[in-house]
Design a protein around this ligand. Structure first.
Ligand code: TRP
Ligand code: SF4
Length: 548
């Protein structure tokens, strides 16, 4: 996740401090509904809540309890959202394989916004994950028009900061998109599963969009799935919410590459998800009724009546379900389409089952799947139904067979989203406004000055501040404490918040303390960057490209 260059600047920050952080880590999202998620444009998030409602991003708090010793960015609500992080947390808890990967466009110097993601990668690495950091040089060239010499100049700098912040180059992997052949091969392959109108709809591309820009999207898709080339595993992509469109597409493409699609069915014909819910409703009602009936009617010896037999056996026929639905008319979407299909099904019995639809499977893979299904099964053209497997077991089996017969078996990648930082000058943090952000390469002295010059959530006068308290939720300086300066010390972060809110803390001293901490951090970080030089030079990553 990179937020550099003029074009990308706008997505650096939320617009002002509408969204505060609570010292307890709770996300205090308020403000107008205004969200745009554009990876290359002006992503601003005025209301993080609407990301949950409109885009289906889940609240990180929902999974926090399942994360072993969560990172302070998680505890403080800086990491506020996720998609499907549960499998990653679970793998972490059970010491099973998992991965984390993020990418950085080398368009400028790394800054404190990047540090959040660097820290998240390092944290996942320390939790035992396979961790990848990549330089998105193809994207920087294609989507930002950056020349290769500038890209080279910045690429190394990102790696130095990543390593200085604790990334272990031996345990993990760093690469450049432009020199990773496996990534480019995978990107090509993924391109067989996406079309131009789809990319247009997601990214607002049109006829004028450069082909290389589109290619860079496929490259990012390949980056995201790259950790699973050896074997499928839960993978988290830590990024800013502006990258969510990429994550969603990658999740889709991961599915489209799969050999088999596992669904639930009730009869030989296909059902749309709405219709499936309708049929499930009818099936449950009738099967329950039959259970009762077979108890009452047991041993009445009347074998002549077919319907009674069915009832005793718990058999529900399609047409019965259709009739029940017509009579009940439950208020459900897809009702009449389901009824039509059930009518056409006639006397075929309804029986819940899982279905493996062959999508990209070779004949060999399909055969292998058929023999791998235990228990009662029925084989059709292009799909096989299994009556004694539950959904989860079926998913597992489909993946095993796919991997054993030469497929990738990708799991849909997960993501976590961190908040954008507010600019030190208020408004957005922007790389093109040096005073608004702190570069990891800033002189400690310059960092110190920027912090002391920052806007605050303080009152006009010290007197008022003592009386009313400051507004840490609207204060970029408080953000610095919460996101960076307090590091792992929650008590310290909470103390700053409390003291500010109660008027005990005044901005002058508060900024002085923050500025000193910032200067110390920069000094230490830059020392570590120097120490990292050698390791980075020895790493298996091209620092100068032959491209022109
Ligand atoms: N598109 C990202 C950005 O704008 C960079 C990137 C490339 C990336 N590949 C990635 C991020 C894979 C996460 C995962 O900065
Ligand atoms: Fe911000 Fe500190 Fe002032 Fe509070 S006291 S408003 S945290 S600078």
């Amino acid at each position: 996740m990179t937020r550099d260059t003029a074009g990308a600047d706008d997505r650096l920050g939320p617009d002002g401090g509408d969204d505060g952080l609570r010292p307890d880590g709770g996300a205090d999202a308020t403000g107008p509904d205004e969200v745009a998620l554009d990876p290359w444009g002006a992503s601003t998030v005025a209301d993080y809540r609407s990301l949950f409602e409109e885009f289906g991003i889940a609240e990180f708090d929902d999974v926090l309890g399942g994360v072993p010793s969560p990172h302070y960015l998680m505890r403080r609500g800086v990491i506020f959202g996720h998609r499907d992080y549960r499998p990653v947390a679970e793998a972490m808890r059970h010491d099973e394989p998992f991965a984390a990967l993020s990418g950085f466009m080398p368009t400028g110097d790394p800054h404190i916004g990047h540090k959040l993601v660097f820290d998240e990668l390092v944290w996942h690495q320390r939790r035992g994950g396979d961790v990848y950091g990549l330089i998105a040089d193809l994207e920087a060239h294609a989507a930002r028009g950056l020349p290769w010499d500038e890209i080279d100049a910045h690429a190394e700098s990102y790696l130095l900061s990543l390593v200085a912040l604790g990334f272990d180059l031996e345990a993990g992997e760093v690469y450049r998109q432009s020199t990773n052949e496996a990534v480019q091969d995978l990107a090509f392959e993924l391109g067989t599963k996406a079309n131009v109108s789809e990319l247009g709809a997601i990214y607002d591309f049109d006829g004028e969009t450069e082909v290389a820009h589109m290619q860079s999207v496929l490259t990012q898709m390949a980056d995201i799935l790259y950790p699973q080339l050896d074997e499928p595993k839960p993978t988290v992509i830590p990024v800013g919410p502006d990258q969510d469109p990429h994550v969603r597409l990658a999740r889709d493409l991961a599915g489209r590459m799969r050999y088999f699609k596992v669904t639930e069915a009730y009869a030989s014909f296909e059902l749309e998800p709405d219709e499936r819910a309708v049929v499930a409703r009818a099936y449950e009602a009738l099967a329950d009724a039959d259970d009762g009936a077979s108890g009452d009617d047991a041993d009445d010896g009347d074998d002549a009546d077919h319907a009674d037999d069915d009832a005793e056996d718990g058999i529900v026929r399609c047409v019965e379900a259709a009739e029940w639905l017509e009579a009940e008319s439950p208020d459900m979407p897809g009702l009449w389409d389901a009824v039509e299909k059930l009518r056409a099904g006639g006397t075929e019995p309804l029986r819940p089952r899982v279905r493996f639809m062959a999508r990209n499977a070779t004949d060999e893979a399909f055969e292998a799947l058929i023999s791998a299904v235990d228990g009662e099964k029925r084989v059709y053209e292009g799909h096989v139904d299994a009556f004694e497997l539950d959904r989860a077991a079926a998913e597992e089996l489909a993946r095993e067979v796919e991997v054993a017969t030469g497929g990738y078996g990708f799991r849909p990648p997960s993501s976590i989203y961190n908040r954008f930082m507010t600019g030190l000058t208020g408004g957005k943090m922007s790389s093109s406004v040096p005073a608004s952000h702190i570069s990891l390469l800033d002189d400690p002295e310059a960092g110190y000055e920027k912090v002391t010059a920052a806007t605050t959530g303080g009152r006009e006068t010290a007197e008022k501040q003592r009386e009313l308290g400051g507004e840490p939720d609207d204060c970029p300086v408080y953000e610095l404490y919460a996101y960076l300066l307090a590091a792992d010390d929650d008590d310290f972060a909470a103390r700053v918040y409390e003291e500010c809110a109660t008027g005990e803390r005044l901005c002058g001293d508060c900024k002085e303390q923050a500025a000193e901490l910032m200067a110390a951090f920069l000094e230490d970080h830059q020392e570590k960057r120097e120490e990292a030089r050698e390791v980075v030079a020895d790493a298996d990553v091209t620092l100068e490209s032959d491209r022109r």
